[in-house]
Design a protein around this ligand. Structure first.
Ligand code: GAL
Length: 975
């Protein structure tokens, strides 16, 4: 019988600060043309224990009885396959901080796979060479046995680990046993803001290594923009020859060769197919020539400063977690390219290696980040931070080396990042020094040290616009080194829930100041987990004792990869072609850094009231980067109807590209020709009592006592009344640590979600019905004097609302408009901004036009329900039997639930359609900002509580069904 002490020794590696033992040195990732490989992905046998030492290691012996074990798919996380459950924390460690110790309760998964070698697998004796077993990613610590022999153990979850296994292999019945511990010393280095998901979540592969195989090599492919030549040198562990047929290159490894080339850039990702041939194998190369440099304080590629229009990408799939397949990765890349994204920070670990192949091929700049974050130490003033403790330095250097060695041959990788939010310390310096020495051809990034001691770029996250502008103008403080470096916002525009707002304002700054080389939106995709009852689950949904809720859903894509309005907005804001103009001409500016505009063509449409009257194409000169040209538009068609006219001009792909088909819209602009035409209505009808307490004014039926509108023509309504509340967004609520004023909590404290409507007077004069009210929350002297004035020309009904704040309002209003209920509505048509939602600081992508939708499709499915779906700049809308015109415009929102229900919901599945469709016809809305982790909306987007007035005109549509059905809802206009 083994003693507890013996067991503890047997699992000592789990809490050992070392990176592991028994693994091979890190090396480049490549696929050989010749050497065989065997994927060990698939169904494995699996057994879960509560502690690291609950079971002895006899399971690793061939012949072990696995009856009663479960089946598990590898790659995969066991907690997403019915064994245990995921945990989400942002930065807090979900275990006591006592490095390098981890809890005794340490879920441990024993994985077993029996495999035969394919018939043509070379017998070791035949070629005298071996084989390696490669794990591309295992969280967080594994010990591995093959055929009963312990190979070693490793940590570094999102990094490759290889073992030499040649002599151990048998033709058949090989037993591969892997013991995976959820928690290990390595967990202290992996405190990224994401789900904790243990398991073998990337590929497991057996690779044959013939005698004289390449093993490791480093492709150096630089470009000299002054003379258009590229220089290639491939350093290989094992000497051989390098050929690139298209360039006539045929040289020995280690020897540089310079020839004229087409360079690689993210915009024009030119790759040359080459081959490295050693004695034992041929390895296909994809060579991209480019030179990354700091020149005159700027990051340049091939001599040109680059503007990064980037995103932070965690690996995510709503069912499979971080176990991504190639098609999902490709989908990410295609979505990025189609949305004008040109850069990715692989937050906060090296991605699956195939992702970088896609970045090379389709063209994306990559900041490749090491698998390192120790953010939880901030809770204790960074005491005991592993990056400042020499005992951990070997583990840090191991992580740096595994990142750089694996990914060094990717032209897309232009910066290495040491990690994320790990404080400061000697370990980071050691990593930076090692990387600079190993690969001087790229720059080093790290945000966490604001002195920039170890880095080549000054990087910050979530700096507000004013600070970014100061930095752009060189007015920032800090060390001289930082001030001399180019600036990146490695994270900004927190895309949690509705938002991010303020993107266009950041982009204007980036484009105005050379030193600001762009940023990376946080983040690419919501990490919601598909859940049978909740739709998508987030932190806390698995009963975690510590969690950070829906902070894990802060992406530009919903968990199912549907683009959110934030991504549409980002695409518009970063579009590489600016299209502006005045009547008669259009100005086109090339905002690419490298590409001319020859890949695009220009289309135009002349539209009146949103209907296209004429359309065509315009010749687009192949403008070079930063060039601009004015082009004449054709004469407007002489027979065009009267109305609000504009030109819509689009730059579209002239032919198919690998990432989007011909015709794909890259950029667009609208050039107004004439003004909005507000509805004109002469008040001729008189308010007329009809007995039974009913008052009629034109098509409007009112309750004579309360002045509440009950129907418009045959359309019954829940009377409109002032509405200032919205279901607070994640950005309204803000993050708890935000020093600035967070309006969501302030609004709630003030009671804006529970205002009452006091009826003061109902007056009718010759041509108007006037209802006077005061709208105010309990326990406050703040109020909004609100007057509703109704007039009619007999066919239509005009409502004019005047609002006068009373008291000392120190906060803006969430919204200012009316809410009205309809008994039914489905199809919606409008002339205004669309097709998606738009708020004051998220409206760049709203295109003025005629749009159609349904009430259900107007909803934006934020994982945690919140204010959403407003269509901006609406001139008129038709739905539910009504036509509603703005004077001149309004924001339109329609829902099958109330704001109160939306506000109370925690998941989409909490919302069920009621009998009433609620319309919000808003005069104005408060901005969105990104205060869930950044600055709130800029002051111009605040909806100040000021005297305001607005008008809407209602009329029944001819097709209105006869006989009103009464919608259900709160009684109108009574307090
Ligand atoms: C940053 C961090 C990210 C993420 C983000 C908020 O501080 O680097 O990993 O936590 O905030 O979503």
């Amino acid at each position: 019988m083994r003693t507890a002490a013996a067991e503890a020794t047997a699992t000592a590696y789990v809490e050992d600060v070392s990176p592991g033992s028994g693994t091979l040195p890190p090396r480049a990732r490549y696929t050989s043309s010749d050497a065989k490989s065997l994927s060990l992905n698939g169904s494995w046998r699996f057994r879960l224990s509560d502690t690291a030492d609950a079971e002895d290691d006899s399971f690793a012996e061939p012949g072990h009885d696995t009856d009663g074990w479960a089946e598990l798919t590898v790659p995969g996380h066991w907690v997403l396959q019915g064994h245990g459950s995921p945990i989400y924390t942002n930065h807090r460690y979900p275990f006591p901080v006592d490095p390098p110790r981890v809890p005794t309760e340490n879920p441990t998964g024993d994985h077993l796979r029996v495999f035969d070698l394919p018939g043509d697998w070379p017998v070791p004796d035949d070629d005298g060479c071996g084989a390696v077993l490669r794990f591309d990613g295992v969280e967080s610590c594994a010990r591995v046995w093959l055929n009963g022999t312990c190979l070693g153990e490793f940590k570094g979850s999102r990094l490759p680990h290889e073992f030499a296994v040649g002599p151990l292999l048998r033709p058949a019945g090989n037993v591969l046993a892997v013991r995976v511990h959820q928690w290990s010393a390595g967990s202290y280095l992996e405190d990224q803001d994401q789900w904790w998901l243990p398991g073998i979540f990337r590929d497991v592969t057996l690779l044959h290594q013939p005698r004289g195989c390449a093993r490791d090599f480093f492709v150096h492919a630089s470009y000299d923009h002054r003379d258009g030549t590229g220089t290639l040198r491939v350093d290989s562990d094992v000497a051989g020859r390098v050929t690139v047929p298209a360039l006539g290159i045929d040289v020995p490894t280690g020897e540089p060769v310079t020839v004229p080339v087409t360079p690689w850039s993210a915009e024009e990702p030119h790759l040359y197919d080459g081959l490295l041939a050693t004695e034992g194998e041929r390895v296909p190369l994809r060579v991209g020539f480019r030179t990354v440099k700091l020149s005159d304080g700027l990051i340049t590629v091939n001599g040109t400063p680059v503007l990064f229009k980037g995103v932070n990408r965690h690996e995510w799939h709503p069912e499979r977690g971080r176990a991504l397949d190639l098609e999902t990765m490709r989908e990410d890349v295609l979505l990025m390219k189609r949305h004008n994204v040109n850069a990715v920070r692989t937050s906060h670990y090296p991605p699956h290696p195939d992702f970088l192949d896609l970045c090379d091929e389709y063209g994306l700049w990559v900041i490749d980040e090491c698998d390192l974050e120790t953010h939880g130490f901030t809770e204790q003033g960074w005491r005991d931070n592993p990056v400042d403790d020499d005992r951990w330095t070997p583990a840090l250097l191991d992580r740096a080396a595994r990142t750089v060695e694996r990914d060094k041959n990717h032209p897309s990788v232009v910066l290495w990042s040491l990690g994320n939010e790990a404080g400061t310390g000697r370990g980071l310096t050691a990593m930076a020094e090692w990387i600079h020495g190993r690969d001087p051809s790229r720059l080093v990034h790290y945000e966490g040290d604001h002195t920039c001691r170890d880095t080549d770029v000054h990087s910050r996250m979530y700096a507000d616009h004013a600070e970014v502008e100061r930095i752009g103008r060189g007015l920032d403080g800090g060390t001289r080194k930082c001030r001399e470096l180019p600036f990146l916002l490695c994270e900004y525009a927190h895309a949690m829930g509705n938002g991010p707002g303020g993107l266009a304002d950041y982009q204007r700054l980036f484009e105005a100041h050379a030193r600001l080389q762009g940023g990376f939106v946080w983040e690419w995709i919501d990490h919601g987990i598909a859940h049978p009852e909740l739709g998508f689950a987030y932190g806390g949904d698995f009963g975690e004792e510590l969690h950070d809720g829906n902070f894990v859903c802060d992406g530009l894509l919903f968990p199912d990869r549907r683009p959110s309005p934030g991504l549409t907005e980002f695409k518009k804001v970063i579009e590489p072609v600016a299209i502006t103009g005045t009547d008669g001409s259009v100005r086109v500016t090339n905002k690419y850094d490298f590409a001319d505009l020859s890949a695009l063509r220009l289309t135009w449409a002349y539209q009146v009231d949103g209907e296209t009257v004429a359309s065509g194409t315009l010749p687009l000169p192949a403008l070079a980067p930063r060039e601009s040209a004015g082009l004449d538009l054709p004469a407007p068609p002489p027979d065009a109807p009267a109305g609000e006219a504009l030109w819509t001009v689009r730059a579209v792909l002239a032919s198919d590209t690998p990432w989007a088909p011909e015709g794909h819209v890259v950029a667009w602009g609208q050039i107004p020709v004439s003004e909005t035409r507000p509805p004109y209505l002469t008040p001729t009808a008189r308010p007329t009592p009809h007995g039974d307490g009913v008052l009629v004014l034109g098509p409007g039926t009112f309750d004579a006592r309360t002045g509440a509108l009950t129907a418009i023509g045959g359309v019954a309504v829940v009377a409109p009344r002032l509405d200032v509340w919205r279901a607070t967004t994640d950005n309204d609520d803000g993050a708890a640590w935000q020093p600035e004023r967070r309006f969501g909590p302030l609004w709630r404290r003030l009671g804006l979600h529970r205002v009452r409507h006091r009826l003061d007077a109902v007056e009718h004069t010759d041509h108007a019905l006037t209802v006077r009210t005061r709208v105010a929350p309990a326990a406050s002297d703040l109020g909004l004097r609100t007057v509703y004035r109704w007039t009619s020309d007999g066919q239509r009904l005009r409502l004019t609302v005047s609002v006068a704040p009373e008291g000392d309002w120190t906060v803006p209003l969430p919204r200012l408009g009316i809410r009205i209920g309809l008994s039914s509505a489905d199809r919606v048509e409008w002339f205004g901004g669309g097709p998606g939602e738009a708020y004051p600081d998220t409206g760049a992508a709203a295109e003025l036009g005629r749009w159609q939708s349904t009430v259900d499709d107007l909803q934006t499915p934020y994982v945690r329900p919140q204010e959403n779906g407003a269509r901006a700049g609406v001139r008129w809308a038709e739905l539910g039997g009504l036509r509603i015109e703005g004077d001149p415009v309004f924001s339109l929102t329609a829902r099958r639930w109330t704001t109160e229900q939306l506000d109370a919901a925690t998941h989409r599945t909490d919302l069920s359609p009621g009998d009433t469709v609620w319309l919000h016809l808003d005069h104005a809305l408060h901005g969105i900002g990104s205060q869930s982790c950044g600055p709130g909306p800029l002051p111009p987007y605040h909806l100040r509580a000021e005297p305001a007035g607005f008008s809407l005109v209602f009329s029944p549509l001819p097709t209105t069904p006869t006989g009103p059905t009464t919608p259900t809802g709160p009684p109108a206009l009574t307090g």
